[in-house]
Design a protein around this ligand. Structure first.
Ligand code: FAD
Length: 316
């Protein structure tokens, strides 16, 4: 069966949810092999095997993550040359898109970024992209080389399919070109104790309706063990960090439960959350467009509704 390479998105061996999604998609095209760059492969292997990675290629030399993304593209290119995979799936985040572009050039392969679906087509690997804030779907077929596809997180359901998950070390000396930009310092954000936005099962978001006071939003989120999101209006006003923005120019989330408080439901916000399984809105305007897509809507003031809901959750 044709091999499909999946670039593992991990933090020191803790595999992110997007990798399980990519492995699930990869099984539609052939036999998935994971590519783990950096430390922690032994820990990651357990998760990767659970989602069908028959093999895990590991590059864990000390220089693995010492430079910006170029080494990752070089390592993937050497594997593409060796294994001629039918496709290489990469998470479509800022780093992933750069790696995908560099890899496509090095391997003279077709490239699609921001895909939301991938499948085998008659002439090659077929992809779907969702564009213009979800109002159009574009179907494309990659016909040249190993299809390089960067897939948006939260696009595919995750299905387990246990595999052997044997480890194979990648021996490679990085070129000088790959080492052109060295990371001097990287300092993690102060921990909030809340789950990561794109990984969370529950997201509670606040918008302009908070008037800059995210206290009730955060308290409700904490009562549910949820991540906190924000609309662009709230981010642009400087009330919440851009890293928490949900939407077309923010993050795409697809949690089990999404709560929008004081958010009108503009198309650009919907583009980041409309695939959530259950959507709840709290808005004092009963005509707010967000009510068109909710499963449950509360017409009311968030400063009254959220504290009551928080108390109710705490008592439950
Ligand atoms: P508003 O539209 O002002 O809505 C505030 C809502 O709060 C209203 O419905 C009001 O009734 C309600 N409200 C007020 N007070 C209360 C209260 N006390 N209790 C309950 N409800 C209350 N937006 C995003 O969110 N994410 C994006 O990624 C994004 N990308 C964009 C990209 C482009 C190219 C463009 C042009 C726009 C983008 N936007 C994005 C902006 C988007 O168009 C909207 O302007 C934005 O989403 C509005 O944010 P909001 O709903 O918080 O504010």
């Amino acid at each position: 069966m044709a091999e499909v390479l999946v670039l593992v998105d991990h933090a020191g061996g803790k595999v992110r949810k997007s990798t399980a999604e990519l492995l699930t998609l990869a099984r539609r095209l052939g036999e998935p092999s994971a590519v783990h760059i950096g430390p922690g492969a032994e820990t990651a292997q357990v998760t990767l095997a659970k989602y069908g990675a028959a093999k895990v290629y590991v590059y864990d030399a000390p220089d693995a993550l010492e430079y910006l993304v170029a080494p990752q593209a070089e390592i993937l290119a050497s594997l593409v040359e060796r294994t001629s995979p039918v496709a290489v799936l990469i998470p479509s985040n800022a780093a992933g898109k750069e790696i995908a572009a560099r890899l496509a050039i090095r391997t003279e392969s077709g490239l699609i970024t921001d895909a939301v679906d991938v499948r085998a087509g008659g002439e090659g690997v077929e992809t779907t992209q969702s564009v213009f804030a979800g109002s159009y779907s574009v179907t494309s077929t990659i016909t040249k080389g190993s299809a390089i596809v960067a897939v948006k997180p939260n696009s595919a359901p995750i299905e387990a399919s246990p595999a052997a998950g044997t480890i194979e070390k990648v021996e490679l000396t990085l070129s000088d070109a790959a080492k052109a930009v060295r990371v001097v310092e990287s300092s993690p954000k102060a921990a909030t104790g809340r789950p990561e936005l794109t990984e969370a099962a529950i997201v509670v978001s606040g918008g302009r309706g908070t008037g800059g006071d995210f206290g009730p939003v955060e308290a409700f989120a904490d009562s549910l063990g949820a991540a906190v999101g924000a609309s662009r209006a709230a981010v642009d006003a400087g009330w919440y960090p851009h890293s928490n923005q949900v939407g077309q120019t923010g993050k795409q989330v697809s949690p089990q439960l999404y709560v929008a408080a004081g958010i009108s439901g503009a198309i650009q916000h919907r583009a980041g959350m409309q695939t959530s399984k259950t959507i709840v809105a709290v808005n004092k305007d009963e005509e707010a467009p967000i009510f068109e897509l909710v499963d449950f809507g509360v017409v009311g003031d968030l400063f009254t509704v959220l504290p009551q809901a928080t108390e109710a959750v705490k008592k439950a």
